[in-house]
Design a protein around this ligand. Structure first.
Ligand code: SAH
Length: 396
C-alpha cells in the first residue's frame, strides 16, 4: 500500500485512494470502494501494508491476532490499536465476516450445518462435526462447483465464484463461534479442518494454499497441517503442484469407480484426467509428503457397489500408499441412492480380503441435507424458508 498521508487532503470530493493499489476511486456511498481484504493477507503482507501507514511491525501481529484468533468482525473492536488506525482500517479494510443465515442441527449426533452469507450475497455451507476427541469443520472452497459429478448437489447450479482465503478462514471462525455458543466455553475451537464442502479446492489453488498457510500461522489459529484434509475430484497438475508445497496435509481423492468407463460417467473430470494419469499423481503425492492418500468411494446402489468392482479397485490400488474410505451415498435428490448396509459390508470385505486398507465412514449429519451443496441449493431455489419435511432442528 502506498503512503496516502498528506495526499488524501488534496483529493477531490468523493474520491479516495484505493487501499489495494493506490489508484483514485470513488468514495463509499458514491460507489462501492474495493476494501482491503485483510483476512486473506499473511502476517508479512499486513506488516507491509501497515508500514505504508507508518505503523510498526507489532501492529500487524495485533491485527492478525484480532482477525484470526479473536475472530472480531469490526476493526473498531481492536482495542489495543490507536483510535486513528482503528478508524482508518474500519473505512478501508474488510473483515470478511459472514452472516449465519440458516442453521440445521442433526438430532442425533449434534452435527451442525451452517449456511453462511458473505458481503456480496453469495452463500456457502460449513459443517461443524463434534467428536469426543475433538471437533472438525468441513469447509467450502467455492460458491458452487463446475466439476459436474452426477451424484453431487453442489454442482447443479454451476460455479458462482471462488472463495477468498479470508472467507475460508471465516468458515473456520464461524464454526468456532458456533462451538463457543453451544458449549459456553470461550476457548472452544475446532482442531481439524476438512476441505470437503462445496467446490473443488484445487480449482481455487492459490486461495486454498494461502488459506492453509493462514490457519497454520502461530500468530493465528496455529492449526497443524496434519489435522487438515483436502479432498479433490482429481485435478492432476494441481495434485503434483501441491505435493511440492511442503504442506504435510492429507490428500483425499474422490475415486468412486475402479475403471475409466464407469468413472467417465460419474465424474466428467475423468475424461480430462483418466485413472492412468491420476494414480501416478497420487503415488507422487504420497512419496513426496510421506502421507497416506485417502481414496474416497461413495457407494451408489446398483451403480458402483458390485463385489467385482471391489476386486477391480483392489487391483488398481495394489501397492499404493493409501487406503479406501467407503461412504454410502447421501441421496442428493439426483435420482441415485446409497447402498444398503449389507452391500457396503460386502464391498468392504472384498477389499479387505484383497489386502486393501479400508474404512467405512461413520455417517454424521443424516437428516440435515448433509450431502454437499444441498442446503445452499435449497435456499437458492426456494428463497426463504426450509420445507417442513427437512428433518433436524432448524434455527433461524
Ligand atoms: N470437489 C472435491 C471436494 C468436495 S466433495 C471432491 O470432489 O473431492 C467431498 C466428497 O463428497 C467427495 O468425495 C465427493 O465425491 C463426495 N460427495 C459428493 N456428493 C456426495 C453424496 N451425495 N454422497 C456422498 N458423498 C458425496
Amino acid at each position: 500500500m502506498k503512503n496516502n498521508k498528506g495526499v488524501a487532503a488534496a483529493l477531490p470530493a468523493h474520491f479516495v485512494l484505493s487501499p489495494i493499489d493506490g489508484r483514485l476511486v470513488l468514495e463509499e456511498g458514491a460507489r462501492r470502494v474495493p476494501k482491503l481484504d485483510m483476512k486473506s493477507m499473511s502476517l508479512a503482507e499486513i506488516e507491509a501494508a501497515l508500514a505504508g501507514l507508518g505503523q510498526p511491525p507489532f501492529r500487524a501481529r495485533q491485527v492478525f491476532r484480532w482477525l484470526h484468533r479473536r475472530a472480531v468482525c469490526d476493526f473498531g473492536e481492536m482495542t489495543d490499536l490507536p483510535a486513528d488506525l482503528r478508524a482508518r482500517l474500519r473505512a478501508e479494510a474488510d473483515p470478511a465476516c459472514a452472516a449465519v443465515v440458516r442453521r440445521q442441527e442433526a438430532p442425533k449426533d449434534g452435527t451442525v450445518k451452517l449456511l453462511l452469507r458473505f458481503g456480496d450475497g453469495e452463500t456457502v455451507e460449513a459443517v461443524l462435526l463434534r467428536y469426543r476427541f475433538g471437533h472438525t469443520v468441513c469447509i467450502s472452497t467455492q460458491a458452487g462447483c463446475r466439476m459436474g459429478c452426477v451424484f453431487c448437489a453442489s454442482t447443479v447450479g454451476g460455479l458462482a465464484r471462488n472463495l477468498t482465503a479470508g472467507e475460508m478462514v471465516e468458515e473456520v471462525l464461524a464454526a468456532n463461534r458456533e462451538l463457543r455458543l453451544r458449549t459456553g466455553d470461550p476457548e472452544a475451537r475446532v482442531s481439524r479442518v476438512v476441505l470437503m464442502g462445496i467446490g473443488e479446492p484445487l480449482e481455487n489453488y492459490e486461495a486454498v494454499v494461502a488459506f492453509l498457510r493462514l490457519i497454520h500461522d502461530p500468530a493465528g489459529l496455529a492449526m497443524s497441517y496434519r489435522h487438515v484434509t483436502l479432498s479433490t475430484c482429481g485435478l492432476v497438475p494441481e495434485i503434483r503442484r501441491l505435493a511440492g508445497e511442503g504442506l504435510p496435509i492429507t490428500l483425499a481423492v474422490s475415486l468412486h469407480a475402479p475403471n475409466d468407463e464407469l468413472r467417465d460417467r460419474l465424474m466428467p473430470v475423468n475424461r480430462r484426467y483418466p485413472l492412468r494419469e491420476l494414480l501416478p499423481a497420487c503415488a507422487e503425492y504420497g512419496e513426496r509428503t510421506g502421507r497416506r492418500v485417502t481414496f474416497e468411494y461413495a457407494l451408489i446402489e446398483g451403480v458402483n457397489d458390485a463385489p467385482e468392482l471391489a476386486r477391480e479397485l483392489a487391483r488398481l490400488l495394489k501397492g499404493m500408499l493409501g487406503h479406501v474410505n467407503l461412504i454410502p451415498l447421501n441421496p442428493s435428490g439426483r435420482g441415485l441412492g446409497g447402498s444398503p448396509p449389507e452391500r457396503v459390508e460386502a464391498f468392504r470385505a472384498a477389499l479387505e480380503r484383497a489386502g486393501i486398507a479400508v474404512t467405512v465412514r461413520r455417517e454424521l449429519g443424516t437428516g440435515i441435507d448433509a450431502a454437499c451443496g444441498q442446503l445452499r441449493r435449497r435456499s437458492e431455489s426456494s428463497g426463504r424458508g426450509l420445507p417442513a419435511a427437512v428433518a433436524g432442528r432448524v434455527q433461524e
